[in-house]
Design a protein around this ligand. Sequence first.
Ligand code: GLY
Ligand code: MN
Ligand code: MN
Length: 425
Amino acid sequence: MRYKSISNKFFINNRKMLINKLKHNSVVLLFSSDEYHRNGDQFFPYRQNSDLYHLCGINQEQSILMLNLFDNAKEEFLFIKHIDNLQRIWHGEKLNKEQASEISGVKRIEWIEEFETALLKSMEKAKTIYYIESPNLISFDNLPTSNTRRINAIRNDFPEKEFVSINDFITEQRLIKSEEELVQIKTAVDITKKAYHKLLQETEPNMLEYEVEAMITYEFIRNGAEGHAYSPIVASGKNACILHYTENDKIMKDGDLLLLDFGAEYGNYAADCSRTIPINGKFTDRQRECYNAVLDVFNRAKSLYVPGNNIDIINEKVGQWMQEKMIELGLFTQEDIDNHTGENALYKKYFMHGTAHFIGLDVHDVGSKQTTFKEGMLLSCEPAIYIEEEGIGVRIETDILVGEEPIDLMSDFPVSIDEIEAAMN
Ligand code: GLY
Ligand code: MN
Ligand code: MN
């Protein structure tokens, strides 16, 4: 195993928390993510459904979690893939029943072939079926993902049952990070820091952006991360103004800035970091002005990650501060704002995304813009300015743990101009 797993106590407790919120005489059903076909006989690297992982810690494809909540019999089942010798020769071992039970803390482990029979038996008594609603993200045909497909089929077979989504319950649990989750997240952050230091030392003019991407990937993998938590952005010059630029294939010019957005995934948990550095190791005067404007807002914004606030409040405040900075940078005047009649505030031309999102098993984790912050929630803080006409894009992003004293998990990553220039030279 590439990384150290969370103990099964965590998953046992997650199931207990969920069950306590549900009605009796019901069945909870969760299906693992699909394996996505790439081409020929190849598949994309497998990534487990985050909710299934949260409830049982199993990373294997073709897994089903079924929780029976009957008055006289509460029972947890986990169905896993059973492989034959030929599959073993080509792909190696899969989890055996003892291993699956050890990871998940589920006592009844069955082979996947037993699922249909077990389901029929549960359906004899169940009045309510609890399921996970997942977005249809597969391809331009809007194909339903595994949980939706399976539940739709069961709904067809048992139209008289009540079907209730457990998304809100699971969201509530995933939002607050336990100590064990924080260990995984801090490891992801630490590996991300190693990659940052490497690229600060090795970035030079005329390299290709993908050479920097390769440095990041190298540090991630050699330090035990599964890889990137999301497609890394290595954007020089005006490419930084393309928010989700992932081509990473241009020459990095002397005198330009380089915007990096990269984060390791460790034990399924994400780190999410953005930094902006001068390709030749020295900021120009104009780049300094823009950088320090964002850095100033970044430092002020960090104090907003306290219990009681929410993402909408942060976006509102940071938008105001950014607007003041943009006036100082000469991007528009107060008079322009007063005369502006458009639907979007003027500052949105240069800062078009939000400042915060939740982070966890998914880099853009569960939780909404109106979710009230509580101690133990983890969010990004990522103010930015993009001035395409000047070929300047600056984003600074860290991961903050909500508390009366918010904790910046990346507080030891070089971020001031002095720190960055010193690390590069
Ligand atoms: N890396 C994606 C984001 O910053 O939201
Ligand atoms: Mn990011
Ligand atoms: Mn982010």
